[in-house]
Design a binder for this molecule. Structure first.
Ligand SMILES: Cc1cc2nc3c(=O)[nH]c(=O)nc-3n(C[C@H](O)[C@H](O)[C@H](O)COP(=O)(O)OP(=O)(O)OC[C@H]3O[C@@H](n4cnc5c(N)ncnc54)[C@H](O)[C@@H]3O)c2cc1C
Length: 322
């Protein structure tokens, strides 16, 4: 029996990788259901390794590349790419973004209009990251929960993990040394007047914005990266900046309804690269920062390979001494 603390995206991904290799797994989860999760519930759901390469280490791009195919085994993934645009006055930002990233192509006004008719006439240049994708993280958490249960994983909700577990995926609650909280803020807006087919990133020197379509006229907007451990609700400044940038992307978004705002504390190490950390008999899977959906599959695979290799080594040495 393998015990896991935490049923966020990391804990569930680990449970899936372990259970599908035949392990019996129990997860302890403090909250009553995925909608009470303190971080994974508020994510954008972008599976965008090459765009993230603008600021992230090469390791993030490398580990993230397999996430799209992984999630397709579990939930609906929209493989529509990412479109990156900048207002004319911030054109230099687009050139800088292109220099710092790979796997994109330059688009002109006609190509932009063909991909996203709502943006026709609004931007003359864009970068298109064709191989990227997005998912609805809430749907994904619910589908992954169902998938692990179907493999026989037991999830004990409203149950604090015991002092010793095999795998610790409690995010910021793990108390792991070197981990810091990075506040992420988001808004969900709804409008029947604008349709986007893919994630749009709007470059802006102060507040780069992304808009992820959630279907039925609903959009998740995210942007800010504030080094803070505060749980307080979203600030007025953040709402103004998020919605102002959305308005700059398309004025019709100014007429959208603001239906939800949220804040999550993303667990990050100094280099913003997640990792497995051994502490006594517990392996921590943590530090997923802004890449939980992008990188949990790779880390969970590493954990499961490590665990089964160790077990194979143990079986081998027992046979050798018998
Ligand atoms: C606004 C925002 C946008 C984001 N956008 C993206 C994106 O587009 N793409 C992407 O890949 N990532 C994105 N992320 C990042 C992603 O959401 C995080 O990296 C991820 O959620 C971290 O998951 P986790 O499982 O490590 O931690 P958590 O989601 O925090 O899960 C930890 C779990 O442990 C449980 N727990 C805590 N203490 C205990 C205990 N004592 N006993 C039992 N259980 C316990 C908690 O209840 C929780 O369910 C975004 C995050 C935010 C906030």
């Amino acid at each position: 029996m393998i015990t896991i603390a935490g049923a966020g995206v990391a804990g569930l991904a680990c449970a899936w990788e372990l259970a599908r290799r035949g392990a019996a797994v129990t997860i302890y989860e403090m909250t009553a259901d995925p909608s009470e999760n303190p971080c994974s519930w508020f994510a954008g759901g972008m599976l965008a390794p090459w765009c993230e390469g603008e600021t992230a280490e090469d390791e993030v791009v490398r580990l993230g590349a397999g996430s799209i195919a992984w999630w397709e085994q579990i939930t609906k993934v929209e493989r529509c790419g990412t479109l990156v645009v900048a207002p004319p006055r911030d054109r230099a930002e687009l050139a800088r973004f292109a220099r710092r990233t790979q796997a994109h192509r330059q688009l002109g006004a006609d190509d932009i209009a063909a991909l996203e008719p709502a943006l026709a006439g609004r931007f003359s240049q864009a970068l298109f990251f064709e191989d990227e994708a997005h998912l609805d993280p809430r749907r994904a958490l619910i589908d992954l929960t169902a998938a692990v249960k179907a493999l026989g994983v037991e999830i004990l909700y409203e149950t604090a993990a015991p002092e010793r577990v095999d795998v610790d995926c409690r995010g910021m609650a793990s108390g792991l040394s070197g981990l810091r909280p990075v506040r992420g803020e988001m808004a969900i807006i709804e409008t029947p007047d604008v349709q986007f087919n893919r994630t749009i990133r709007l470059l802006h020197p102060r507040i780069p914005l992304y808009v992820v379509p959630r279907g039925a006229g609903s959009f998740m907007i995210g942007a800010t990266m504030i080094e803070s451990s505060s749980w307080r609700p979203i600030t007025v400044r953040s709402v103004l900046e998020l919605l102002g940038a959305a308005f700059a992307l398309h004025p019709a978004l100014g007429e959208a309804s603001l239906v939800e705002t949220g804040v999550g504390l993303r667990p990050a190490f100094d280099d913003n690269v997640p990792r497995l950390t051994e502490c006594g008999e517990t392996t921590h899977v943590n530090g997923l920062f802004r890449h939980g959906y992008l990188l949990a599959p790779a880390l969970a695979g590493q954990l499961a390979r490590q665990f089964f290799q160790e077990q194979a080594d143990e079986d081998h040495s027992q046979r050798a001494t018998a």
